[in-house]
Design a protein around this ligand. Structure first.
Ligand SMILES: Cc1cc2nc3c(=O)[nH]c(=O)nc-3n(C[C@H](O)[C@H](O)[C@H](O)COP(=O)(O)OP(=O)(O)OC[C@H]3O[C@@H](n4cnc5c(N)ncnc54)[C@H](O)[C@@H]3O)c2cc1C
Length: 390
């Protein structure tokens, strides 16, 4: 990493663009390593315009998406724990996690395989056993559930604030309501231009979430924003949907792949459908208001598999995924720019990793490499033509 002359105004060791889930964690780790760090955020900190709002995000160790995520998760749990202690705030609620599907479908088989490969504590439950233990669940009789006791949900807005407070305490400069307009290489470092000023740094971390392709056009086909909707329904039997009696879930049913949470803050059981109505969007111009068409698929599955939760609507909110073609994250140095690191860890499952991703981004920005195994997440897995043109 090129080091900029300390003390000069507008000069930093590292600049982070986007202080959301990932950028806040990157600022925290960079600043705690003693690097002069600037975090730039176009909206507020935290805010509801991107991918990291909505009160809760599932965190789980059983990982049907790919077992390579498990070592990262083990480290993520450690770092969330550290941040909780340091910030003296509750960031993670443990409920246990449920991954349920038909016995031969990936949600169950993949979750089981990841537990077996890494020796994670788990139980396999039939639907009848699941309902006996957690009566809020009424899944199809032939479904199998992988229960893992260590996961639950994070409180994303609080996590962002805790990372930012830690970064500020370590000396970082964090500026909200300042939109980055452009960046360019400058010698070994970078120059960043915002709607308020110009800054220089030795390295740059791009953590712009759904806006990534406006800063790196060549990633347009590898980081596609998609509109999502979350629904909260007031349970008919509220006592069945408290965190102590309702583990978070990932559920594959004929209607789609769903995820959900117990009541927390908003007085409702919370449910979402992965890829919702499959609407790719322009992050600056899409239907932010949720409507009855959005509610329908959430309501249908609540009525069928969580009937005791199927009361009046309490809230509907939109949010954005940023999807890669294979739904694995992008975490890498940008080809051709050793001083620039890109992070697109969404595809609907990134938040739980933010703590460890902050550590990885700091490693990559500082040294160009990391001790963590991120082979699955490198840009080189995509055909060269999909990233080579600007
Ligand atoms: C509905 C929904 C449910 C989800 N559920 C889960 C879950 O249960 N568990 C889980 O692990 N993950 C989940 N995810 C995924 C997870 O929330 C994302 O992976 C994570 O929030 C992505 O963080 P990010 O930092 O990439 O994006 P963001 O948090 O959106 O941060 C990007 C930031 O960059 C800023 N920015 C962009 N452009 C500029 C610019 N030019 N100048 C300055 N700032 C800029 C934006 O304003 C934003 O703050 C879910 C996502 C959604 C939408």
């Amino acid at each position: 990493m090129a080091t900029m002359s300390a003390g000069s105004p507008g000069m930093y060791d590292a600049i982070v663009i986007g202080v959301g889930g990932m950028g806040s964690a990157a600022c925290y780790h960079l600043a705690r390593r003693g690097l002069r760090t600037l975090g730039l955020e176009r909206f507020d900190i935290p805010h509801t315009m991107g991918s990291s709002h909505g009160i809760s995000r599932i965190i789980r160790l059983a990982y049907y998406e790919h077992p390579s995520y498990v070592p990262l998760l083990l480290r993520a749990f450690e770092l969330w724990d550290d941040l909780e202690r340091e910030s003296e705030r509750r960031l993670l609620e443990v409920t246990g996690t449920i991954d349920a599907s038909g016995p031969d479908e990936i949600v169950f088989t993949g979750a089981l395989a990841s537990c077996e490969q890494f020796g994670l504590e788990h139980q396999v439950l039939t639907s009848a056993e699941l309902t006996a233990r957690y009566p809020g669940y009424q899944l199809p009789p032939s479904h199998l559930t992988l229960f893992q006791p260590h996961g639950g949900f994070l409180l994303p807005e609080r996590c962002i604030s805790a990372h930012v407070e830690g970064a500020l305490a370590a000396g970082a400069d964090i500026r909200a309501r300042e939109r980055v307009i452009a960046w360019e290489p400058l010698g070994d470092g970078v120059r960043v231009t915002t709607d308020r000023g110009t800054y220089q740094a030795g390295s740059l971390v791009l953590a712009a979430g759904s806006w990534m392709s406006s800063l790196v056009p060549r990633l347009a086909h590898l980081a596609e924003p998609e509109r999502q909707v979350l629904g909260w329904f007031a349970p008919l039997q509220p006592v069945l949907f408290v965190p102590e009696r309702f583990p978070v879930f990932n559920l594959m049913v004929p209607e789609g792949r769903y995820y959900g949470f117990p009541r927390y803050d908003v007085p409702g059981f919370k449910i979402g459908l992965y890829h919702h109505l499959q609407e790719r969007v322009d992050p600056d111009d899409f239907q932010r208001e949720a409507n009855v068409e959005d509610e329908a698929p959430l309501r249908e599955v609540t009525a069928r598999y969580f009937p005791a939760a199927n009361g009046p609507t309490m809230a509907l909110r939109t949010c954005m995924f940023t999807n890669t073609p294979d739904e694995h994250f992008i975490l890498d140095v940008l080809p051709g720019f050793p001083q620039v690191v890109v992070a697109s860890p969404c595809s609907g499952h990134g938040f739980k990793f933010a703590s460890v991703i902050g550590e990885i981004l700091a490693d990559l920005a500082q040294n160009g490499e990391t001790r963590h195994d991120i082979g699955l997440l490198r840009l080189s897995r995509f055909a060269e033509e999909s990233i080579a043109t600007t």
